[in-house]
Ligand binder design. Structure first.
Ligand code: PBG
Length: 324
């Protein structure tokens, strides 16, 4: 007999009781803030589809990171928007490209901020795909060499971690080898292991000016219908030397996150992507939902599902809420 002996509400009826039995605690340490850096100075160009986010120049990036650091956010991930794009994404691995310059500026001004550099070519190629294209197809193996060069350029500039997101087979191994050869054996790799071909990246592609000019990313990113395949992606990346693995997007993929977290011997990150953020912001602007409560609920759910860390555009907002 369950009721009336058992009453689940006994532990819910006071704030202290609820706090005492709370299973998941979101903390500022769980958050990684994604930031967009472009050429120029004094730049803060608002991204229309991502309220609260801007394209920054290296100097304003430093100013913004100072605010984040004061809020307790310890880590950022950088995405670069170059002035010039070309067929092979040269600015993505140029030693004086926008991301290496941003890293140097950040590390000089705020040496204690943990800087992660996203490693991909879609922001740097004129066709908007994540690697080398021939006859309309993305060539896997020639792309690996360029991703390795990009990772090394970012490590040389002072990146604390690199995060390959191109979904090229073998990218983690290639980057590990390239880093080790150049003396960066201690630079960890956060692999976007289970990255889906998702419509939730729409606002990011606006922000990073990286939408593919033809076709889509379905030949290299995962089919949203697949779960078992994600486990294999994770397994392969760990074999190749990934220090952490990521599931992306997060919200529509919490089942994947849980399964990966159950099996993964390495820490698991989740990317609460641009579209997930924009949906909340748009509805909150209309007054249809309470944006702050929704953000907290979403991030708590992502952590409850198994994420050790969360990449999120809500980072600052949530850091402020947590500080209250
Ligand atoms: C680069 C990359 C993308 C995102 C992170 N790294 C875009 C894509 O794959 O098209 C998306 C992040 C977001 O939507 O917030 N490959």
């Amino acid at each position: 007999m369950a009721f009336p002996q058992h009453r689940m509400r006994r532990l819910r009826n006071q704030e202290w009781a609820r706090r005492m039995v709370r299973e998941t605690h979101l903390a500022v340490d769980d958050l990684i803030e994604p930031l967009f850096v472009a050429e120029g100075t004094g730049r803060r160009r608002a991204i229309g589809s991502m309220p609260g986010c801007s394209q920054l120049s290296p100097d304003t990036l430093v100013e913004e990171c100072r605010i984040s650091r004061d809020l307790g956010i310890g880590a950022v991930i950088l995405f670069g928007i170059p002035r010039e794009k070309d067929e092979i994404g040269s600015q993505g691995y140029a030693e004086d490209g926008i991301v290496p310059r941003a890293i140097r500026a950040l590390k000089t001004a705020l040496p204690d901020i943990y800087v992660i550099a996203d490693v991909c070519l879609c922001e740097y190629t004129d066709h908007g795909h994540c690697g080398v294209i021939e006859d309309g197809k993305l060539l896997n193996d020639p792309t690996l060499d360029l991703l390795g060069q990009a990772a090394v350029a970012y490590a040389v500039a002072g990146a604390d971690m690199v995060a390959p997101s191109a979904m090229a087979d073998g990218q983690v191994g290639a980057i590990r080898e390239a880093l080790d050869e150049e003396g960066f054996a201690d630079t960890p790799i956060l692999s976007y292991a289970a990255k889906y071909a998702s419509a939730f990246y729409g606002p990011f592609r606006d922000a990073a000016e990286s939408a593919p000019r033809f076709g889509d990313r379905k030949t290299y990113q995962m089919d949203p219908a697949n779960a078992r395949e994600a486990l294999r992606e994770v397994e392969l990346d760990i074999e190749e030397g990934a220090d952490m693995v990521m599931v992306k997007p997060a919200l529509a993929y919490l089942d994947i996150l849980t399964r990966v977290a159950e099996l993964s011997p390495v820490p698991v990150a989740a990317y609460n992507v641009s579209g997930e953020y924009s949906l909340v912001k748009a509805a909150a602007e209309k007054g249809w939902v309470d944006g702050e409560r929704i953000a907290m609920e979403i991030l708590t759910s992502i952590k409850r599902a198994g994420a050790d860390v969360i990449l999120t555009y809500h980072a600052r907002e949530v850091a402020r809420i947590l500080a209250r």
